[in-house]
Every structure is written in structure tokens, then in C-alpha cells.
Design a protein around this ligand. Structure first.
Ligand SMILES: Cc1cc2nc3c(=O)[nH]c(=O)nc-3n(C[C@H](O)[C@H](O)[C@H](O)COP(=O)(O)OP(=O)(O)OC[C@H]3O[C@@H](n4cnc5c(N)ncnc54)[C@H](O)[C@@H]3O)c2cc1C
Length: 398
């Protein structure tokens, strides 16, 4: 598209910053609005899949991200009941196909820098409550300028998205702790389950900028409404449970000094049928949200941003571009949302039957070719074409 557009983006998180960087680079005038008072990276660790890494490569910031993260060669889960492995997804030895454990703050900072370099402007302290035509309506009643396109990248709590998401029964406590060498393998996301109602995980996330030593994200599954009871039971009760559940990972759990070291994350699941309507495009969690069990949410937000920039570049007509965008992401988004809905209860639910099925039947089946290769493509994010219609040189070919 030769016409240069004015684009307003609500939310400067993973999807908003990536969209801002792509679209400013393409010559559009981009303004982002976020509720935070200053660009303050928050959050815990996440897995950047090969599809997400490819988007960072497209933006020219992959090396910066990799320097602050940790390459992952596999995802592995063991069960207390079978005392063995019940989940194994192998990324393989090719670095281009591997995952990257990274602190959300590190990802935020490389994307924020890319946005600034490309000339997008960010207005903090701007909580977007709605829209008035092609303007955002901010808390306090002020209206922004009018934009050719509004992008809603304001995440799971979006006030602009018409999505109705269902609350998931389980969330998790998350903390960042020091990586302890020699305790568990440093090249993988490792999880330990007891049925499906108890899960502890350790994700290596490299050395974020400002830190002097490698870190890990530690997580502990908890019913969504279980946080008050967990706090009331006291930290010693949790430490005993953690040590009993996964003695080998005790050195990570032992670093939790107060309940406040953990942040409780609750998850929802929902997908917008129409991510594009009347001049507004919903991307990332504002368009599709789910549990992080498959580790795809940030990658999805990055893919949305990349696909939107590609569609706008490809079409002179704005409606055509937005239609192409929606179609290009439809099957990948719906496919992964469906898979996430199917997989999550095997790892986070009260169902013992599902957990037994997972350990005794599904895992043994998953070791029979070609299932391991399919599982690898599933976690890489490439089981379905990430951006349908994009040509072979697409950076999402992983
Ligand atoms: C604990 C946890 C672990 C996860 N692990 C993984 C993982 O391993 N791999 C993975 O790919 N994904 C993971 N995810 C999911 C991933 O973090 C999200 O899918 C991703 O951040 C979505 O990006 P986004 O840009 O849509 O939203 P966000 O990154 O949440 O950004 C939204 C932005 O909008 C701003 N905002 C919100 N409301 C308003 C408003 N009203 N006005 C203005 N600004 C607003 C916020 O301040 C924020 O900056 C995890 C999520 C959680 C909670």
C-alpha cells in the first residue's frame, strides 16, 4: 500500500509494540496508548516459539532477544503417579527450530526499543475505555486524534474487545528466581504433575538485562479461586507440598521467601469470530486468549502484528487489506485455540480420569512415529500455516 496511514494502538504490550514497530517501519504514523505510567516491563517468563522468534528476526531484534534468553531444546513433563516422563516435545538440534525461554521484561524491552527506533510514539498514562468513531476514548473522557485504523492490543482485559471469554478453573502462581546449576537440565522447560490438579514447572529464562546471573521462572498450578486459601495455609505448608511433589527442584522452590514473591495469574479462554470490525482490528489476547499450557499466546500476538503489517503492505485498499489480515490468521488462531482447549484440562483440571488417560495412553501413543514430529510442530507453532497466503520466503517457515 503506497498510502500512508495514521494508526492508533491501544496497549503497548507484546502485540501492540510489535505492531507499532512493523507499521512505523512501513512509513505509517503510529501512536500507542497504554495505561501504564511509564514503560515498565512486568511479568514472568514465557516461551518464545520458533514462529515468534521468526517474527523478531523479521523486525531485526532476534539477536538482542536471544542474548537475554535461553535456548530450549525440549519440553518435558514427568508424573508423580508413573514416576516417569509423560510429556516430551523435542524442538530438535537446529537452533532455528528451538524455543527461547525469556523474561517478559526482556521481550518488552527489545520490542519497545524497536518501536522507538522506527519512530512510533507512545503515550503512557492513557487508559483506553472505548472508542468514538475512529478515536479512542480515554479515562477521564478525553478523546485521541482520529486514526485511519484503530488497533486494540490491550490484552486479556481489553475494554474494546466484544469477546466473552470463559474463566478457566485453574491458574498459576509465578515467580522469577535464580537459576540453580546442576539441579535440572538447563535446556528445557521441565514440569512435574500429580494427576492434573498439581503442576510445578521450571523454565530457564537466561539473564535478563540488568540481572547479573541467569534466572528461571517458577510456576505452581492453583485453582483460580484458590489464592486466598493458599495464602491462609502459610508458606511452610506450600514449601512442604513443593518439596514432596518435586524434591529435585527444591533449590528453586526454596528461594520463595514470602507469599508475595509469587504473582497469581488467572486464565480465560475465548476467540473473536470477527477480529476486524468497523475500522478496528483486535490483535493478541484481545482477539484470542487461552491458558499458556501450549505456550503460544505471545507468539500469536507477534504473528498477528506481522500478518497485519504484511496485509497492509500488500493491498492498496484498506478494506481488502483488513479482510486479508483476518483470513490469513483465521485457521492458525482457531486451530490453536481448539488444541489449547483440548490439551489444557489434561494438565490443569480436577479430572483424574484425564490425567490417567494422559499418563497411561496418550503419552505412550505420542512416542509412536509420526506423532513426535507432529508434537514438535505443535509446540513450534507450525502445525498449521501461521500466516496463510504469505509466500514461501515467509519468515514463519520454521
Ligand atoms: C503467567 C503467564 C504465562 C504465559 N506464558 C506464555 C508462554 O510461555 N508463551 C507464550 O507465547 N505466551 C505466554 N503467555 C501469554 C502471553 O503473555 C500473552 O498471550 C501475550 O502477552 C499477549 O500479548 P498482548 O499484546 O495481546 O497483551 P499484553 O502483552 O498483555 O499487553 C497488553 C497491554 O495493554 C495494556 N492495557 C491493558 N488495558 C488497557 C487499557 N484499557 N488502556 C490502555 N492500555 C491497556 C497493558 O498495560 C499492556 O501493556 C503467558 C501468560 C501468562 C499470564
Amino acid at each position: 500500500m503506497s498510502r500512508k496511514l495514521s494508526i492508533g494502538i491501544a496497549g503497548a504490550g507484546i502485540g501492540g509494540l510489535a505492531a507499532g514497530a512493523f507499521l512505523a517501519r512501513a512509513g505509517h504514523t503510529v501512536e500507542l496508548f497504554d495505561q501504564f505510567d511509564a514503560p515498565a516491563p512486568v511479568g514472568s517468563g514465557l516461551v518464545l516459539q520458533p514462529v515468534g522468534r521468526a517474527v523478531l528476526a523479521e523486525l531485526g531484534v532476534l539477536e538482542k532477544a536471544e542474548a537475554q534468553g535461553k535456548a530450549l531444546t525440549r519440553i518435558e513433563g514427568t508424573s508423580v503417579q508413573t514416576t516417569g516422563v509423560v510429556l516430551s516435545a523435542d524442538y530438535g538440534t537446529d537452533p532455528a527450530h528451538q524455543g527461547l525461554g525469556i523474561h517478559r521484561a526482556s521481550l518488552f524491552s527489545v520490542l519497545h526499543d524497536a518501536c522507538v527506533v522506527q519512530g512510533a510514539t507512545l503515550t503512557p498514562g492513557s487508559t483506553v475505555l472505548g472508542r468514538d468513531g475512529q478515536r479512542f476514548v480515554l479515562e477521564g473522557g478525553a478523546r485521541t486524534a482520529s486514526f485511519d485504523i484503530l488497533i486494540d492490543a490491550s490484552g486479556a482485559g481489553s475494554r474494546l474487545s466484544p469477546m466473552t471469554a470463559r474463566a478457566l478453573p485453574y491458574g498459576a502462581l509465578w515467580a522469577v528466581v535464580d537459576w540453580v546449576p546442576g539441579v535440572i537440565a538447563p535446556d528445557r522447560l521441565t514440569q512435574r504433575y500429580s494427576y492434573a490438579d498439581r503442576m510445578m514447572g521450571v523454565l530457564p529464562i537466561g539473564t535478563p538485562s540488568g540481572a547479573t546471573s541467569p534466572k528461571a521462572a517458577l510456576f505452581w498450578s492453583l485453582p483460580s479461586d484458590g489464592h486466598p486459601a493458599w495464602v491462609a495455609a502459610g508458606l511452610d505448608a506450600w514449601k512442604f507440598a513443593a518439596q514432596t511433589h518435586w524434591p529435585e527442584a527444591w533449590d528453586f522452590a526454596a528461594q520463595i521467601a514470602t507469599p508475595g514473591d509469587f504473582t497469581m495469574a488467572r486464565y480465560g479462554h475465548g476467540t473473536l469470530v470477527q477480529p476486524v470490525r468497523d475500522g478496528i482490528v483486535h490483535i493478541g489476547d484481545a482477539a484470542h486468549r487461552t491458558s499458556p499450557q501450549l505456550g503460544q499466546g505471545a507468539n500469536m500476538a507477534l504473528l498477528d502484528a506481522s500478518a497485519l503489517a504484511w496485509a497492509l503492505e500488500r493491498h492498496r485498499d484498506l478494506d481488502d487489506a483488513l479482510r486479508t489480515y483476518a483470513l490469513s490468521r483465521r485457521w492458525h488462531v482457531w486451530g490453536y485455540q481448539l488444541l489449547s482447549a483440548a490439551f489444557t484440562p489434561q494438565y490443569q483440571s480436577d479430572s483424574r480420569a484425564l490425567a490417567v488417560l494422559r499418563d497411561r495412553l496418550l503419552y505412550p501413543l505420542s512416542t509412536i512415529p509420526p506423532v513426535p514430529a507432529l508434537l514438535a510442530r505443535l509446540v513450534r507453532g507450525t502445525l498449521l500455516p501461521p500466516i496463510a497466503g504469505r509466500r514461501r520466503e515467509s519468515p514463519t517457515r520454521t
